[in-house]
Design a protein around this ligand. Structure first.
Ligand SMILES: [Cu+2]
Length: 183
């Protein structure tokens, strides 16, 4: 996602690293935008060599508690166009709009459904297309977002959101249980 191939940490989990403030497990530099704007879904001219060898990183996106988050999920024709069932842990999201081809914010944001948008935690992003989703980051902790085609997971079609604590007991990640397994 955003041309980073996600790698899960080996030593401790993302959530444990967040809770115990362990550095060096993940970085918070998951990019807000992809590195290159191009004709994403054109199968004839979108073969960008520079994008095929993605960096393998454990890069996440940090979110303030209760932030409103908008994601544009844009399929590309790199390797091949495909329907990616994108799944978000920890939240339901609203599907504001979806379509084929490249998302055009000037034109397509007019299609946002603010009246009765679908509520989902998984969305099949259209083949060679895009979807715009929103959620409220009201669940502190670390939440994985990934493609649910199992073969795309080891390829790194994933990232995670680190949602900060909100400052009240109700909006603070509880500690692990007393019988949390140690290995
Ligand atoms: Cu996929």
């Amino acid at each position: 996602m955003s041309n980073h191939s996600f790698v899960l940490p080996k030593r401790v989990s993302l959530l444990e690293a967040f809770f115990r403030n362990i550095s060096g497990v993940y970085t918070t530099d998951f990019p807000n935008r992809p590195p290159l704007v191009f004709d994403y879904t054109n199968v004839n001219n979108s073969f960008h060599q520079s994008l095929l060898m993605t960096p393998k990183l454990t890069s996440v996106k940090k979110l303030k508690f209760n932030a409103t988050v908008q994601l544009v999920l844009q399929n590309t024709a790199l390797i091949g166009v495909e329907n990616h069932p994108m799944h978000l842990h920890g939240f339901n999201f609203y599907v504001l709009a979806q379509g084929f081809g490249n998302y055009d914010p000037a034109k397509d944001s007019n299609k946002f459904n603010f009246v009765n948008p679908q509520v989902r935690n998984t969305l099949g992003v259209p083949v060679g297309g895009w979807a715009v989703i929103r959620f409220r980051a009201n669940n502190p902790g670390v939440w994985f977002m990934h493609c649910h085609l199992d073969v795309h997971l080891p390829w790194g079609l994933a990232t995670a959101f680190v949602v900060e604590n909100g400052g009240t007991p109700e909006s603070t990640l509880p500690p692990p249980p007393a019988d949390f397994p140690k290995c």
